[in-house]
Design a protein. Sequence first.
Length: 384
Amino acid sequence: MFLKKTTEPEPLQVAFRMMSFAGLHEPNSIWRYFFAISWLVGNNILPKALFGSGMEGFDSVARNLAELIFFGDVCIAVGIFVTRRRPFVRMVQLLKEIFERYKSRECVDEIHRFNRRMDRFAKGYIAYISLLVVLFLIPPISWTLYLAIFVSSDQRRHYVLLVEVQYYYLDIRQNIVHYLIYFAFCSTATMCSAYQTCMKAAIFLTSLQYGAKLFELLHMRINSLDMVKAGKERHEELRQIIELHKMTLRYTELLEETITFILINQILNCMAIWCLMMVYLSSNYGPNALNVMVLFLVLIVEMVVYCVNGTRLSENALKVSDAIYNYKWYQEPAAMQRDLRFMIQRAQKPCGVTAAKFYFVNIERLGIVVQASYSYYLILKNRF
């Protein structure tokens, strides 16, 4: 449904389709979201929290905690978004209003190209997560069926689990019937988590890229001022640029209002999960390690895309300030100079998205997060 091809996609079209399917677009469909969350909690999160990994050793505990935080992170992020839907809807409405104010053929074509690119990005991210889901589900069940059919019970050790867990009171490591019951429930819960991960990307990562694009379009319009005839036409163009700048800043504020607490949740959880997963992967190999690596890859790519686009948004905002500063604004009428000075003064403040309104999300901060995770990993590795 959300992968259906359209000739001219609307902004965040895939995101709204996924929200609609998940029950987040219409109030009378919200039960779908709560059902998916309940299924994920009941089959992945709750048994981990109540019964633990079911195995001894710090490696097993580390993997159990990492997976618990991973699945909890998805639930928390989407749960926060559910409470922030109003600023998100206002943000999308504002985005469409801004696009409507760009009338030149060059800008209109650029907007259409970017809409198509974001549509492909969202669908490509869904395809990427779908591939990882296949890698997450198929090897464990295939290897387990091989062990159950071709290896005698006294020669085999344990079946390969999707996640490290004691699944309630079932013997999922030795009993094939119990394992298949566990696999059926846990795999569908994992698909619920994967769907929400795709929805996060379609909403948050795409919105970040649209924010960067708005500053890029504004930069293009400022650079084309010299081609506008001096006098009344140029004054009107400057007035529209000033208005677009205010609207673009408002879009950034609404974007931050939507995702700021989601980002701090993401950063803190990434530090913990990366640290715990590195502890497990440093001493475990084979089929069990593959699933941990899949989850590790999901987090790495998602965090990198957040930080790359956060950096791009800040850099494009800085380009706008440079462009307006280099324009001969001092030759304009006094009233226009005041508005242009506001643009220059506002540009002195860093513009971007933050985690919890204080921690800017960019490539530099990603390096700090990775370094901190590795430091904690070394401490745990030496301690245990």
